[in-house]
Design a protein around this ligand. Structure first.
Ligand SMILES: *Cc1c(COP(=O)(O)O)cnc(C)c1O
Length: 355
C-alpha cells in the first residue's frame, strides 16, 4: 500500500533527493567511491558544498554580505550559538512554543532575556500580537513556524533591532525577505535533507561585536572563514540538501512551492472545518501551512484512537499529534504531494460517514 508520510521531522523528502542520494551512496559523481567514504577535501565534494551554498543563496534571493553555512549540532545548538556570538547584554524573544522556550533557556546563559510576549496562556495556539520590541536589545528572536503547535508567522516582520529566526520547519516554504534578518537558522531534517546538517544564513557584519571569548567551533566566524569546512561537515546530508535545492529549482522555485503549500493547507483546513468530527486547534489567522494540528471535538474525543487506527490502515503515517497538543498533526512539507492530502481527507470523510 502507498504510504502517506506526515511525519513532523525527520520527514518526507522529494523522491528525487532520495534517489540521487541512493546513487551517490553507491557511486558518488563517477568517482567509483561512496559519498560516505570520500574525503570532504576532494574536489568532487568541494563542488557539492559550493553548489549547495550557491543554490541556497539563489533560491532564497540572499543579498550580498550574507554567508550560508552547513554545520552540525542541529537547531538546538543554534539556541546557544546565537547569543554566544551576538548578545552583549540583553536580547528579546517571542515565546511561541517549546522550541522558543528552549532558545530562551539557552540565551539566559549569556545575559538578560526580555520575553516580549508569550502565547503559553492558551497552550501556544496563537501568535502574540501588539508586543513591543525593546530598542536596547541586541537582537529579537522569533520561531517562524511552531512545528509542535501548528502556528506560523508567515510575514517578515519589521524589527527595530536585528532580527533572528529559527526557520527549521518552514525554510523554503515561502519567499523570505532575508534582508530583514541577521541570522536565519534551522535543522535541515524538516524540509530539506536527512538529519545531521544545520543551515545558518548570517549577515557577516553582525559578528565581532561581543567581548567574550568564543570557542572555535561555536564561533560563526570560523565557519564563514572556512566555507563550512573548518572541520568535517556532514557530507551525506549536505549532498542530499543540494539535491532538494535542485529539485526545488526544477519545480518552479519557492514561489511555486508556496502556491502548492497554500493549496494543500487550504484543502486540509477546509475539511477540518467542515467535518463534524474534527476541529482545528489553532487560531485561524495564525494557522501554519507546514504543520496542521487538529483534534476530535469534545463529544467525539473517545474516537481518536479509532480514527488513528483507521487512518493508519489507509496508509497514513506520522499523523499522531505531539503529546503537548494531542489529537493529530499532519505535516505538509514541500515534498508532500497533494495526493497525500487528498488521501487523508478521504479517510476523514469515510470515517465521518460510518460514525
Ligand atoms: C525540530 C525543530 C528544532 C530542533 O531541531 P534539532 O535539529 O533537532 O536541534 C528547533 N526548532 C524548530 C522550530 C524545530 O521544528
Amino acid at each position: 500500500m502507498k504510504k502517506h508520510n506526515f511525519y513532523a521531522g525527520p520527514s518526507i523528502l522529494p523522491q528525487f533527493t532520495i534517489g540521487k542520494t541512493a546513487e551517490a551512496v553507491k557511486d558518488f559523481s563517477g568517482t567509483g567511491l561512496s559519498i560516505m567514504e570520500i574525503s570532504h577535501r576532494s574536489k568532487e565534494f568541494i563542488a557539492v558544498m559550493d553548489e549547495a551554498q550557491a543554490l541556497f543563496k539563489e533560491l532564497l534571493n540572499i543579498p550580498d554580505g550574507y554567508s550560508v553555512l552547513f554545520i552540525g549540532g542541529g537547531a538546538s545548538t543554534q539556541f546557544a550559538m546565537v547569543p554566544f556570538n551576538i548578545m552583549n547584554k540583553k536580547a528579546a524573544y517571542l515565546n511561541t512554543g517549546s522550541w522558543a522556550k528552549k532558545a530562551i533557556k539557552e540565551a539566559k546563559y549569556f545575559g538578560e532575556v526580555d520575553v516580549v510576549a508569550s502565547s503559553e496562556d492558551k497552550n501556544f495556539n496563537y501568535i502574540p500580537k501588539g508586543y513591543k520590541i525593546p530598542e536596547d536589545a541586541d537582537y529579537f528572536h522569533i520561531t517562524t513556524n511552531n512545528t509542535i503547535y501548528g502556528t506560523e508567522i508567515r510575514e517578515d516582520i519589521n524589527s527595530p533591532v536585528p532580527l533572528v529566526a529559527d526557520m527549521s520547519s518552514d525554510i523554503f516554504s515561502r519567499p523570505v525577505d532575508v534582508s530583514k534578518y541577521v541570522i536565519i537558522y534551522g535543522g535541515a531534517q524538516k524540509n530539506l535533507a536527512p538529519a545531521g546538517v544545520t543551515f545558518v544564513i548570517i549577515k557577516n557584519d553582525i559578528l565581532g561585536k561581543v567581548d567574550r571569548p568564543i570557542p572555535t567551533m561555536l564561533n560563526y566566524q570560523t565557519h564563514i572563514d572556512k566555507g563550512s569546512m573548518f572541520n568535517t561537515p556532514p557530507c551525506l546530508p549536505v549532498y542530499s540538501a543540494l539535491q532538494t535545492l535542485i529539485w526545488l529549482k526544477d519545480n518552479g522555485g519557492i514561489e511555486a512551492m508556496e502556491k502548492r503549500n497554500i493549496e494543500k493547507a487550504q484543502l486540509l483546513y477546509g475539511e477540518i472545518d467542515r467535518n463534524k468530527l474534527f476541529v482545528g486547534t489553532v487560531e485561524k489567522e495564525d494557522r501554519s501551512i507546514m504543520n496542521i494540528c487538529f483534534v476530535m471535538k469534545e463529544e467525539y474525543k473517545h474516537l481518536e484512537g479509532e480514527f488513528f487506527e483507521f487512518a493508519t490502515s489507509k496508509g497514513m503515517v506520522g499523523i499522531k499529534g505531539h503529546r503537548s497538543v494531542g489529537g493529530f498533526r499532519a505535516s505538509t512539507y514541500n515534498a508532500l504531494p497533494k495526493e497525500s492530502i487528498e488521501a487523508l481527507i478521504a479517510a476523514m470523510q469515510e470515517f465521518e460517514s460510518i460514525k
